[in-house]
Design a protein. Structure first.
Length: 249
């Protein structure tokens, strides 16, 4: 039922979601919460608002993408959406950064007196390798009814694209806290604000979770790595089954 074209842009994904799940925004909220799985303990320094990450063949260090949250009423920056009502900061929605997990690299950093394992991406990394662009999606062609517009705005959507995945379009959706029973019968209370990244993976509408980049390192420091292939992993919205797509370079 949820098979879709990989050419779908963020607006196309929004239209497909409304076609399939648009009768009740709270029900889709609950469905997406079930599909994103548990966050916060996937790797060292994991964050509850990290909605996607990239693993690499080079080493075990990863690139994480975390939603920048702010209080829904105060509009002040908060460290996490856990236990409170939040919005994604429209002016700075995503924090992209490296997490050092590779033991030899960690040892080298400690010897140099570096105690943090987190580094923002450099300009070159943002522009040529791991940058992420997120833009508020205010209007979608075809959303003309009040019902569709209300449903759409409840998720405060962002169109998301990645330098590493130029042909993959994604939609970042805000999942606001839910009251007990809201959206489905006997549904539990959900006090956290979180986000879900929805994309077409392997031809199926899915929650996109992680990416693996296989590359060959250059012989000279001034050269860039050669990407051999990229693998995208997620979970099907419809079936809750793992989904996979390999992108040859």
């Amino acid at each position: 039922m949820s098979t879709a074209s990989t050419s779908d842009d963020a607006g196309g994904i929004a239209r497909k979601l409304f076609e399939l799940y648009g009768k009740n925004a709270a029900s889709l909220n609950r469905l997406l919460r079930r599909r994103i799985g548990t966050r916060g303990n996937r790797f060292n320094h994991d964050h509850a608002d990290t909605f996607m990450y990239i693993e690499r063949s080079k080493n075990s260090n990863i690139v994480a993408y975390t939603a920048n949250m702010m209080g829904a009423t105060t509009k002040a920056s908060v460290s996490s959406g856990a236990g409170q009502s939040c919005l994604v900061d429209p002016h700075n929605p995503v924090h992209a950064y490296f997490i050092t997990l590779d033991p030899p690299t960690l040892e080298s950093r400690r010897k140099r007196g570096i105690t943090s394992d987190i580094d923002d991406l450099t300009f070159i990394q943002r522009k040529l390798a791991y940058g992420c662009h997120a833009k508020p999606l205010h209007n979608v062609t075809g959303f003309t009814t009040d019902e569709a517009q209300t449903w759409f705005k409840s998720f405060e959507p962002f169109a998301v694209s990645y330098v590493a995945l130029p042909k993959v379009h994604a939609l970042l959706l805000l999942l606001s806290p839910l009251a007990e029973g809201e959206g489905e019968e006997n549904g539990p209370e959900e006090k956290d604000t979180t986000v879900a990244l929805v994309a077409v993976v392997g031809g199926k509408l899915s929650v996109m979770q992680r990416v693996y980049v296989n590359s060959t390192e250059p012989k000279h420091f001034y050269q860039l790595p050669t990407v051999n292939y990229i693998e995208v992993f997620g979970v099907s919205l419809e079936s809750d089954e793992p989904v996979y797509e390999k992108i040859e370079k």
